[in-house]
Design a protein. Structure first.
Length: 272
DNA sequence: AGGTCGACCTGGCAGC
DNA sequence: TGCTGCCAGGTCGACC
């Protein structure tokens, strides 16, 4: 999916364009993305409610609706997209379309149908939010907190970064880029990192995510922002999906390995 | 209890 | 051309 920078980009775009508008209709083309309740019940809850504010927590988008308390939560997972259009356009991946009172159509597209659309009165009822670690770009996320968490884990630091109880919103692309920026080998046991390495890691998390947000995310494959456009951080990616290509720092070929069943890209020359 | 693995899905691409 | 197998940005539950 979209990781934190991509989801944050969508949030900002939608916040500028659809606040205070009302959901007038919900049209289903594939109901598999509605999981816990019937599509009819889902539709009934949303109809007539106004979008007060759009938040993000980790990789989830949270639409705060009025009358309260109702939150419409979207998890895009691997291939979900939220695209705002002036006309309804049904594509193969189009699953649900929300008709808004400003005459716009918010399309939920999802090629692989992993995404989830939920309505809840209390976010804490969702397991995802109960277990989620701190927001990496918030003041509450400190080097101290990262250090406390990292020191108790024996598994590889790459897997600890991907674990959303450590820190929210980091996925496979940014885990690779963050570890490259920090010069840390993704295979290192987390508990073995020295203080200065954890400091470097902390700074890399902030720096890479901030830069990616400012560039509107990366588009490796299916990610699109709320206007259907690609993000430009793709042009600044150093190691992700670049197996065999020269490391921009030391010119060694980039390596690909598998950790916990997922690809890891890194430079053996300068990540120690 | 921490950690890993398969399941959930579809589509693109490499190799034969 | 067409088949097979592999791969993909995430999360959860089952299992060791």
């Amino acid at each position: 999916m979209p990781e934190l920078p991509e989801v944050e980009t969508i949030r900002r775009d939608l916040n500028r364009q659809i606040l205070n508008y009302t959901i007038q209709d919900v049209r289903f083309f594939d109901t598999r993305v509605i999981r816990d309740i019937s599509p009819q019940a889902f539709r009934k809850i949303l109809l007539g409610r106004t979008i007060d504010q759009i938040h993000r927590r980790g990789k989830a988008l949270i639409f705060q609706l009025n009358p309260k308390p109702v939150f419409f939560v979207v998890q895009l997972m691997m291939t979900g997209q939220l695209v705002l259009r002036k006309k309804m356009r049904r594509e193969p991946a189009t699953k649900v379309v929300f008709v808004l009172s400003n005459g716009r159509y918010l399309h939920y597209n999802d090629q692989r149908v992993f995404g989830r659309l939920q309505v809840v009165a209390d976010l804490e009822t969702m397991k995802y939010f109960r277990n989620l670690g701190p927001e990496p770009l918030s003041k509450g996320f400190t080097a101290q907190k990262l250090a406390e968490f990292v020191r108790t884990r024996r598994r590889a630091i790459k897997n600890v970064l991907l674990d959303h109880t450590t820190v929210a919103g980091i996925g496979n692309i940014y885990a690779a880029e963050i570890l490259f920026a920090a010069g840390i080998d993704p295979r290192r046991p987390a508990a073995g990192l020295e203080s200065r390495e954890i400091s470097r890691l902390y700074r890399a998390i902030k720096q890479i995510l901030r830069q990616a947000v400012s560039l509107r995310g990366s588009s490796v494959n299916t990610y699109r922002d709320a206007a259907g456009q690609k993000g430009s951080f793709i042009n600044y990616i150093k190691v992700y999906d670049r197996t065999g290509q020269a490391c921009p720092r030391c010119h060694n070929p980039v390596s690909r390995i598998v950790q916990a069943g997922r690809s890891t890209f890194f430079c053996e020359g300068c990540q120690k």
